[in-house]
Ligand binder design. Structure first.
Ligand code: ZN
Ligand code: FE
Length: 255
């Protein structure tokens, strides 16, 4: 069913999102980076918070849970793999769980790597996925808890979603990600074009998020580990994609 999405910048580089089911008025905050900012957006939209959908336990994603629950009495849904770390969690969920936001449905997918329990929320009918810190525009989350194998598998799942799916990432890291992407994928025409567009947008302080699955397949080095030209650029011709991914992530950590 149709949803409206309200996106707002908060903290230093986070994006907050409100998802509103038009049929019933049910409204979810995707993560709770800043309870004050979320309340201001709810008020501006005239929406009442009914749900919190957490992607993972980091403070800039679940730090506003308790304050919002106290104000709204909303139901908190979050990853069962890190249930003990999600403040106020009511409903721990894992792979394949279906969340009804009023008449709109989200399917949960587990995407371990950044954290071990990380999940994403896929509103398939609406071609929208809230991906937390798993994938960013031309980037991916740091491997704080999981392995390269886990993250590669998580990113491969996202890459296999329908091409027109919009990916709502939790941070505006795009400009820095583009600079790194160009360093490992310098021959990529789509990447060069996108990097120039990102420069223009960021100079005007315009968000580069959401992105799409199609755009990430074409320009995100962390999805392109099987690409011969990227492999050649980092001296890993013919290597297994998971190993190319691991090396690309290591290079980014030191960029
Ligand atoms: Zn995080
Ligand atoms: Fe984060």
């Amino acid at each position: 069913m149709p949803i409206d999405i309200r996106q707002f910048a908060c903290l230093s580089d986070n994006y907050g999102y409100l998802v509103h089911d038009r049929v019933t008025g049910a409204t979810a905050a995707i993560d709770t980076p800043d309870a004050g900012a979320i309340n201001r957006e709810l008020e501006a939209a005239g929406w009442k918070l009914t749900h919190i959908l957490n992607t993972h336990h980091h403070w800039d994603h679940a730090g506003g849970n308790l304050a919002l629950k106290e104000t709204w009495g909303c139901e908190i849904v979050g990853p069962k793999g890190e249930a003990a770390k999600i403040p106020g969690l009511d409903r721990p969920v894992g792979e394949g769980a279906e969340i009804m936001l009023g008449a709109s449905k989200a399917t949960v997918h587990e995407t371990p790597g950044h954290t071990l329990g990380h999940i994403i929320y896929h509103f398939a009918d609406d071609r929208a996925a809230f991906v937390g810190d798993t994938i960013f525009a031309m980037g991916c989350g740091r491997l704080f808890e999981g392995t390269a194998e886990q993250m590669w598998s998580s990113l491969s799942m996202i890459s296999a979603l329908p091409a027109d799916t919009k990916l709502y990432c939790a941070h505006e890291y795009t400009k820095a990600n583009a600079a790194f992407a160009l360093s490992v994928d310098p021959q990529n025409i789509d990447l060069k074009k996108r990097s120039a567009e990102v420069e223009t947008l960021r100079a005007k302080n315009i968000p580069t998020v959401p992105t799409t699955v199609a755009l990430e397949r074409a320009t995100n080095p962390f999805l392109r580990a099987a690409d011969p030209s990227l492999q050649a650029a980092i001296n890993m011709e013919g290597a297994k994609p998971v190993d190319v991914f691991a090396e690309t992530r290591r290079l980014k950590d030191n960029f």
